[in-house]
Design a protein around this ligand. Structure first.
Ligand code: GTP
Length: 359
């Protein structure tokens, strides 16, 4: 299969996704259902749309589930290869570990938990035109103080990798997507943990390598936390985030096969109701993600929350910004707020009010 863009894609999907626990206890983060399909499907759809067909997945945590779902990639018009790290090698080590599978002179590397609308052909063209060793997608954000920042000079060359500070000198941040020249991949030490952000990039700058920036301000979201995961899913459902992998039309909600919603319930805000979910009379489900088989009782109010597979919410219960693990059960008349997380299989009894981690 030939890739019209003339590059390989490498997607890093080996992280443990600790910030999304307990959802990531049963599935790796890139496989969590997001707008009805695994999150990774959205990224792969963008890779294919950009004309890249050869994709190498760098896996470690729960490695087998990726191949079980995506197989050889032919159904998506891709050729997918899987490389497994016996021990997690971190981002840079993971890139070095796929070297033997790269076919082209340049590879586009993706963190597997980013939703982005960046123009990938333009990113590759910038890298080629600049003759760079590495080109980073740099995202302009409204709140750069929350991230490390990456300034560039008038020619677009990266001048520094700065730690998080309250008043960074630029609003450009590392967006978790890079083009690497093959020789740079070769230069990463093999067989040990290497952080591309903390070790590889600063070393490249120090050694005088040409590190370039591709600055962009289109849609961008790191879905690695519960609140951004919910927001990303809702943005996909509403057509605000780019994808070609939605299992239904965009709108205020996405209902998968067998989802049953009472005529007196409201489902909106980009909510996704997975297969065989049930929403009772007078309930409201807004901007939330219900995995397969989750149930919401009559009169309950579930907002900006994730309900794991088979989780249940009792009558009149209020959830805001909450994660319920698979088959967790919250009884009637409860109120859980602000980042509360209920572990899989745990049952909270009726009327247990305000279980909030931040309260
Ligand atoms: P947290 O534990 O919640 O921070 O999530 P994470 O483990 O996914 O880490 P992080 O969000 O920093 O990782 C960024 C990207 O790199 C994600 O797509 C991860 O899957 C991937 N990643 C992180 N560590 C490794 C690793 O050791 N090996 C591989 N192959 N990928 C990794």
């Amino acid at each position: 299969m030939t890739s019209t863009l003339g590059v390989d894609a490498v997607v890093l999907v080996g992280g443990k996704g600790t910030r999304l626990r307990p959802l990531t206890l049963s599935a790796p983060k890139p496989m969590l259902p997001t707008a009805g399909v695994p999150f990774l499907s959205h990224l792969l759809s963008r890779i294919r749309a950009a004309g890249i067909t050869h994709v190498v997945l760098g896996t470690s945590y729960r490695a087998e589930v990726f191949e079980e779902y995506f197989g050889d990639g032919a159904a998506l018009g891709l050729e997918i290869e899987y490389v497994v790290e016996r021990e997690p090698l971190d981002t840079g080590g993971a890139i070095r570990n796929v070297l033997g599978h790269l076919r082209a002179e340049h590879a586009v590397i993706f963190n597997g938990d980013i939703l982005s609308g960046a123009d990938l052909p333009a990113l590759v063209a910038t890298h080629r035109d600049a003759g760079a060793d590495v080109t980073l997608h740099l995202q302009r954000v409204a709140d750069p103080g929350r991230f490390g920042s990456v300034p560039t000079d008038a020619d677009g060359r990266v001048t520094a990798f700065l730690e998080k500070t309250p008043n960074p000198p630029t609003d450009q941040i590392n967006a978790g997507c890079y083009v690497f020249r093959r020789s740079v991949v070769e230069s990463i030490p093999a067989g040990r943990r290497v952080s591309v952000e903390r070790e590889t990039f600063p070393m490249l700058l120090e050694s005088g390598a040409h590190v370039h920036g591709f600055v962009d301000s289109s849609y961008w979201l790191d879905v690695g936390t519960p609140d951004t995961f919910v927001r990303g899913s809702a943005d996909l459902v509403r057509g605000l985030a780019p994808t070609s992998a939605l299992p239904g039309p965009v709108g205020e909600s996405l209902l998968l096969e067998g989802a049953s919603v009472s005529a007196e319930a409201i489902v909106d805000g980009g909510a996704t109701l997975g297969r065989d979910t049930v929403v009772g009379a007078g309930a409201r489900v807004s901007g939330a993600v219900l995995f397969d088989g989750a149930t919401v009782g009559a009169g309950a109010d579930v907002r900006d929350s994730v309900l794991g597979a088979g989780a249940s919410v009792g009558e009149g219960t209020v959830l805001r910004g909450v994660v319920l693990g698979d088959r967790a059960s919250v009884g009637a008349g409860c109120e859980l707020l602000d980042g509360a997380r209920v572990w899989p299989e745990v049952t909270l009894p009726e009327g247990a009010l305000r279980f909030s981690s931040d309260a």
